[in-house]
Design a protein around this ligand. Structure first.
Ligand code: HEM
Length: 136
C-alpha cells in the first residue's frame, strides 16, 4: 500500500497536536509537584513521538527527498527540525537513565526538563513550517 506524502503529513499533524496536549498536561502535573504522574505521561508521550518519527516523518522525508525538487530553505529547516527533535528524545532517554540511577542526577534537573521541553516545542514549530510547505 503506497501512502502519499500529504496523507502522511496530515496524519502526523494530528498525532503532534494530540502530543502537545498530552505534554501540556504533563508539565502541569510537574508544576503541581505530581512528578510521578508527570514521568508516567512523558514515558508514554516520548515513545509515541519516536514511533511517529519512524512510521510517519522518516518515510515522508525519504519520499520528499527522492521524489520532490530539492529546496534549500526546506532542507535547512528540516535539518534543524530533526536536530531539535533528536535532542528532545536524547534528553528524555538521559532523564530516564538518571531516574534509574544509571546516570548521576544533574545539579539543576528543572533546567534539563525545560531544555527538553524547549527542544520539543522548537521542533514542533519548525515541523509546522515544513507541513505548510508540503501542503501548499
Ligand atoms: C521529553 C520529556 C520531558 C519533558 C519535556 C519534561 C518537562 C518538564 C518540565 C517543563 C518540568 C518543569 C516544570 C516546572 O517548571 O516546575 C519538569 C519537571 C520535572 N520532571 Fe519532567 N519532563 C520530561 C520527562 C520526564 C521524565 C521521563 C521524568 C521522570 C522519569 C521527569 C521527571 C520530572 C521531575 C521529577 C520534575 C521536577 C523537577 C524539579 O522541580 O526539580 N520528567 N519536567
Amino acid at each position: 500500500m503506497v501512502v502519499d506524502v500529504r496523507t502522511l503529513t496530515v496524519a502526523n499533524l494530528i498525532i503532534q497536536l494530540l502530543l502537545v496536549m498530552i505534554i501540556s498536561g504533563a508539565v502541569y502535573l510537574a508544576k503541581n509537584r505530581e512528578t510521578g504522574r508527570h514521568c508516567t505521561v512523558m514515558n508514554i508521550a516520548a515513545p509515541v513521538e519516536i514511533a511517529a518519527v519512524a512510521a510517519v516523518m522518516f518515510p515522508s522525508m525519504v519520499g520528499y527527498v527522492l521524489h520532490e525538487e530539492p529546496r534549500l530553505v526546506f532542507y535547512l529547516v528540516m535539518g534543524i527540525h530533526h536536530t531539535f527533535g533528536i535532542s528532545a528524545i536524547m534528553l528524555w532517554i538521559y532523564i530516564n537513565l538518571v531516574f534509574r540511577g544509571i546516570m548521576t542526577m544533574p545539579s539543576n534537573l528543572r533546567t534539563v526538563m525545560k531544555l527538553a521541553l524547549a527542544s520539543w516545542m522548537s521542533s514542533l514549530v519548525l515541523g509546522l513550517f515544513l507541513l505548510i510547505q508540503v501542503l501548499s
